[in-house]
Write a protein that binds this ligand. Structure first.
Ligand code: AMP
Length: 214
C-alpha cells in the first residue's frame, strides 16, 4: 500500500504521517525531513540543497528523484510519501519507479485547508532538531522554547519565516496544486478536512484506509 499525502506546507500532512507511521507501521518518506537531515549532517547533498530550501523554491527533480529511488529500492513495507511528489513530473516519475517493484500509488490524501490558516500555522510553528514540531498557539511545549521530548532549544525553520512562506505558497499553487486534478481523474483522490483538531483529522485518515482496504 502506497499513500501520497498532498497539501499546502503547514496543512498538517507531516504531523499526520508521523502519527500514522507510528500507529500502523507505515514507512514515512518525507523528502523535506530527508533534506533537513542532510543539511544538519553537512553532507554534499545537504550543501547542495541548503540555499534552495531556505529560499522556498523546489529542489531540482534530478536530486529529489535520486533520493527517492534510493529509498524505494530498499522499501518493502506500506509507505507514506509526504511532500513528494510536488510536481506532475515527479508524480509520473514516482509511478514509473513503483512499477519496477510491482507497486502503485493506491490512494492520495489531500489535506484541505485554506491559505490564511496555513500562514497562521507556519508562523506559529517551532521545530526541534529531534524532529518534533510544535504550534505555539495550539500545542505549545510545557516550557517555552524547549522541546518536551529531548530538552533542546526550539527554533523557527529558515523557510517558515514570513517572506519565504509566501514564496512556498506561490510555488505550491503554481507547481503542486495541478496534482489535485492529476490524481482526481485517476479515482484515487480523497479529501481530508485538515482544519480540524489532530485526532479528528486522524480519524478521517483511518476512514480512507478502511475504504481502500487497509
Ligand atoms: P517540506 O518540509 O516538505 O515543506 O519541504 C521543505 C523544502 O524541501 C521545500 O520547500 C523544498 O525546497 C524541498 N523539498 C521537499 N520535498 C521536495 C520535493 N518533492 N521536490 C522539490 N523540493 C522538495
Amino acid at each position: 500500500m502506497n499513500l501520497v499525502f498532498l497539501g499546502y506546507p503547514g496543512s498538517g500532512k507531516g504531523t499526520q504521517a508521523k502519527i500514522l507511521s507510528e500507529r500502523r507501521k507505515f514507512a514515512h518518506l518525507s523528502t523535506g525531513d530527508m533534506f533537513r537531515e542532510e543539511i544538519a549532517k553537512g553532507s554534499e547533498l545537504g550543501l547542495k540543497v541548503k540555499s534552495i530550501i531556505s529560499s522556498g523554491k523546489l529542489v531540482s527533480d534530478e536530486i529529489v528523484l535520486e533520493v527517492i529511488e534510493n529509498k524505494i529500492s530498499s522499501l518493502k513495507q506500506d509507505t507514506i510519501f509526504d511532500g513528494f511528489p510536488r510536481t506532475v513530473e515527479q508524480a509520473e516519475a514516482l509511478e514509473n519507479m513503483l512499477e519496477k517493484y510491482s507497486r502503485q500509488v493506491d490512494a492520495v490524501l489531500f489535506f484541505e485547508v485554506d491559505e490564511a490558516e496555513v500562514v497562521k500555522r507556519l508562523s506559529a510553528r517551532r521545530s526541534c532538531s529531534c524532529g518534533r514540531v510544535y504550534n505555539v498557539l495550539t500545542s505549545p511545549p510545557l516550557k517555552e522554547g524547549v522541546c518536551d521530548s529531548c530538552g533542546k532549544t526550539l527554533f523557527i525553520r529558515e523557510d517558515d519565516k514570513p517572506d519565504v512562506v509566501s514564496k512556498r505558497i506561490d510555488v505550491y499553487k503554481d507547481l503542486t496544486s495541478p496534482l489535485i486534478s492529476y490524481y482526481r481523474i485517476q479515482g484515487i483522490f480523497h479529501i481530508i478536512k485538515a482544519d480540524k483538531p489532530s485526532e479528528e483529522v486522524y480519524s478521517q485518515i483511518e476512514s480512507v484506509l478502511v475504504k481502500v482496504g487497509v
